[in-house]
Design a protein around this ligand. Structure first.
Ligand SMILES: [Fe+2]
Length: 280
């Protein structure tokens, strides 16, 4: 059923992406990057505008279930116990339960519920084989894995993109869909992922808190002279800009009430370029 895409409803969905982001300061920009990779894979695969948008949206919302995973597990610096792993692995099912009654849920439920399935049927939570996995789930799974490997975590530095590409290729046809892996490799080889790898938004390279390490994302409306805060240690920094490069300088202030900012401009921009109509 093709329906007019209600911008207000769409924005409410996009805000879920910002909520996921706010939970995890260490992977600042993760959902934006996954959405970008997913969109580029879908576009380069020749899919329709609607399908490309579904891949993008799936990338943005896929980890919504992680809001129910305790911080102690989500940010644990080290191996999870069996019980903790079980709680973590529940996030695709939890995510579906959270969004199931949203009027636009059909656009994202597959990406949420199936992004940890594997094409060989050994993934979780349902061990669904490739034949029964839909495009958004297959693409988001690859985009998510690529960003997880190339992003810095509290307990390990991000991997070189070329090595992550090698690992994806090694696991094509067992964990990941062959065709979509090949498309991502093509994008990487032709430098079409520049501006996404190592970024938290368009023209916003990732910055790391010099005091404690997590990523400080720079919202679209922030420019040189504005202040930004580390969501982890709450330190305040003044933003400097030199051409395309941002830098931050500690202002010697800490704002204990500093909370992650929802990047309203980013959400507006995403909603603006959505298709006018979509198949639900
Ligand atoms: Fe996930």
């Amino acid at each position: 059923m093709k329906v007019d895409l209600d911008k207000g409803l769409l924005k409410s969905l996009l805000i879920f992406g910002a909520i996921i982001e706010a939970r995890d300061a260490y992977t600042g920009g993760h959902v934006w990057r996954v959405a970008q990779y997913a969109e580029r894979i879908a576009k380069s695969s020749g899919l329709s505008e609607q399908q490309v948008f579904k891949a993008f949206l799936g990338g943005l919302i896929h980890d919504i279930g992680k809001v129910a995973v305790p911080d102690s597990i989500l940010n644990k610096p080290g191996k999870l116990t069996d019980d903790e792993y079980e709680i973590m692995r529940a996030h695709p099912v939890t995510g579906r339960k959270i969004l199931i009654s949203h009027p636009l849920a059909p656009l994202v439920l597959d990406a949420i519920g199936h992004h940890h399935e594997r094409v060989d049927g050994h993934g979780y939570p349902e061990k669904i084989p490739e034949a029964n996995l839909s495009m958004p789930a297959l693409i988001v799974s690859i985009a998510d894995a690529f960003d997880a490997m190339t992003s810095t975590r509290p307990y390990r530095a991000g991997m070189e993109a070329a090595k992550a590409i090698y690992i994806l290729q090694k696991n094509r046809s067992s964990q990941f869909d062959e065709r979509f892996v090949d498309v991502l490799v093509g994008l990487f080889d032709t430098d079409k992922l520049n501006g996404v790898i190592g970024h938290s938004d368009e023209s916003r390279p990732m910055l790391s808190c010099p005091a404690c390490g997590p990523i400080i994302t720079v919202p679209r409306h922030k420019e040189a002279g504005d202040t930004v805060h580390c969501h982890s240690c709450k330190a305040e920094f003044e933003l400097h800009k030199d051409n395309d490069f941002f830098d931050i300088e500690f202002t010697k202030n800490k704002l204990l009430t500093a909370t992650p900012e929802i990047d309203v401009e980013q959400i507006e921009a995403m909603a603006e370029r959505a298709p006018k109509q979509i198949e639900l």
